[in-house]
Design a protein around this ligand. Structure first.
Ligand SMILES: Nc1ncnc2c1ncn2[C@@H]1O[C@H](COP(=O)(O)OP(=O)(O)O)[C@@H](O)[C@H]1O
Ligand SMILES: Nc1ccn([C@@H]2O[C@H](COP(=O)(O)O)[C@@H](O)[C@H]2O)c(=O)n1
Ligand SMILES: [Mg+2]
Length: 479
């Protein structure tokens, strides 16, 4: 097809596609080869190593729950599954105060389940140091002698992930505040008592009677007074402890995502990842599932897109505005940015247009199509953009940031049209680290808002774990 007719055809298609009821665009027959924004148009730059960053903070996970609920078991499972990260475990037990000779004589009257039984100041100091990247010497506690080993310590080095485990780690607010994630292991009291009898008689040198007596006198009342009330601080409650593989898998995934995001967000301050919640992870789990129905894929993608769009709008400039409320009082608020437009990278970016229209009444939406011309890496770019685009803030739409090549072409074009780089907000659902490096290195003042950063690109330049060809799945052209 000659160049001019191709451009006219694209113009026609774009015109047709910009209506409010648009739900799909097939370019087959119009163009010699199909174009997908996430497919590589030219050989991508080699994957860049993530530079080490001294400001990186470790991810601190608190794990609480009653005695013998399975805290240690759950921590071991998390550590095992996070094998590609440096993880350390700190047990609150290590910070038990050693008993004085007087207390030792009356050990059966000592309450090991009361917060005062621990040296919380020392525990705080230890975790604070680890968070700052320093290594620490953790005491070693002997449950049989009720004492700390006087001459030996366990060296714990600074790591990506610090897990702090113990019956009362949520009790002190200062300790809680150091945690990025709090897990409560919830196991029935009768199961815990049975496990405790077995463990304490086998491992801690007790007899059944002393375990039962201690349980009734101290362990159970302290559970009711201190442990159970701290359950409300948990972000995640795991019923049945280590048996619950689904919960442990979800937690490990969440930590992995957080760790990836920490790195890149520290390197590029203009990259924003929307706050990960289990709702958001749930939606990602659904849309990434290859067996999901088309209807559900569209439904949950739309929900996620809406969140990303709302977050992106939060990065626009605002002016102060006062209104009078029905009570006659003055409310000082802000006015939305008026000079705004959306630009979708055809075709998958068009899936994000409805969400943008729903949030910004009457918003103008332009389109950019990047088309590979033959196999020589040459690109053709077709565009239909508002004439006054240089005066507008632009929300650039594409659900997947893979190599970053298409995004860079689109951004280049917007800059050529006079849009200042800092007026562009690039919105997507998932980003590959390679794509983020590629775009952010070239355009450091542009903002990227995404809902998750994935692991990497594979040798075919597809995002891993990713979600496949988004446009095909969304518009139903994948079968
Ligand atoms: N799901 C499980 N099934 C059977 N035994 C378990 C399970 N989880 C833990 N245990 C056992 O129960 C005891 C207490 O578990 P642990 O993880 O040490 O609990 P906690 O650290 O909360 O005190 C241990 O002896 C452990 O081997
Ligand atoms: N000298 C000690 C110290 C503590 N305990 C009991 O240990 C329990 C906490 O450890 P978990 O692994 O079960 O969380 C706590 O309930 C104390 O009663 C002890 O018996 N002797
Ligand atoms: Mg334990």
């Amino acid at each position: 097809m000659p160049e001019e007719s191709k451009a006219m055809a694209i113009d026609y298609v774009m015109e047709k596609a910009s209506g409010p009821h648009f739900s799909g665009l097939r370019l087959d027959g119009l163009l010699s080869s199909s174009s997908a924004s996430s497919s590589p148009n030219a050989p991508p730059p080699p994957a860049l190593p993530v530079p080490s960053d001294s400001t990186k903070q470790p991810f601190v996970i608190g794990v609480s729950g009653g005695t013998a609920s399975g805290k240690t078991t759950v921590c071991d499972m998390i550590i095992q599954q996070l094998h590609d990260h440096r993880v350390v475990l700190v047990n609150q037990d290590s910070f038990y105060r050693g008993l004085t000779p007087e207390e030792l004589k009356r050990v059966h009257e000592y309450n090991f389940d009361h917060p005062d039984a621990f040296d919380t100041e020392q525990l705080l100091e230890c975790v604070e140091k680890l968070k700052c990247g320093q290594s620490v010497q953790v005491p070693i506690y002997d449950f049989k002698a009720h004492q700390r080993c006087s001459d030996s310590f366990r060296q714990v080095n600074a790591s990506d992930v610090i897990i702090l485990e113990g019956i009362l780690v949520f009790h002190d607010q200062r300790v809680r505040n150091l945690m990025n994630m709090k897990i409560f292991v919830d196991t029935d009291a009768d199961v815990r008592l049975a496990r405790r009898i077995r463990r304490d008689t086998v491992e801690r040198g007790r007899d059944v009677n002393s375990v039962l007596e201690q349980y009734a006198k101290f362990v159970k009342p302290a559970f009711d007074d201190f442990v159970l009330p701290s359950k409300k601080y948990a972000d995640v409650i795991i019923p049945r402890g280590g048996e619950n593989h689904v919960a442990v898998d979800l937690i490990v995934q969440h930590i992995r995502t957080k760790l990836g995001q920490h790195d890149l967000c520290n390197i590029y301050p203009n990259v924003y990842v929307i706050q990960s919640t289990f709702q958001i992870r749930g939606m990602h789990t659904l849309i990434r599932d290859r067996d999901i129905s088309k209807h559900d894929f569209v439904f949950y993608s739309d929900r996620l897109i809406r969140l990303v769009v709302e977050h992106g709008l939060g990065h626009l400039p605002f002016t102060e505005k006062q209104v009078v409320t029905p009570t006659g009082s003055v409310y000082t608020g802000v006015d939305f940015c008026k000079k705004l437009c959306g630009v979708s990278i055809v075709r998958s970016g068009e899936s994000m247009e409805n969400a943008l229209r729903a949030c910004c009444k009457g918003i103008k939406i332009g389109k950019i199509l990047i088309h590979r011309d033959g196999d020589n890496g040459k690109q053709l770019i077709y565009e239909k953009l508002p004439k006054d685009i240089s005066e507008r803030h632009v929300l650039l739409l594409d659900p997947v940031l893979a190599t970053g090549n298409s995004a860079n072409q689109a951004i280049d074009l917007l800059i050529q049209k006079g849009v200042p780089e800092s007026h562009i907000i690039f919105l997507n659902l998932i980003s590959a680290p390679e794509g983020i490096h590629c775009v952010c290195k070239r355009f450091p003042s542009l903002n990227i808002v995404t809902s998750e950063i994935d692991v990497a690109l594979n040798e075919e330049f597809r995002v891993i774990p990713g979600m496949g060809e988004f446009g095909d799945r969304y518009f139903g052209t994948d079968d």
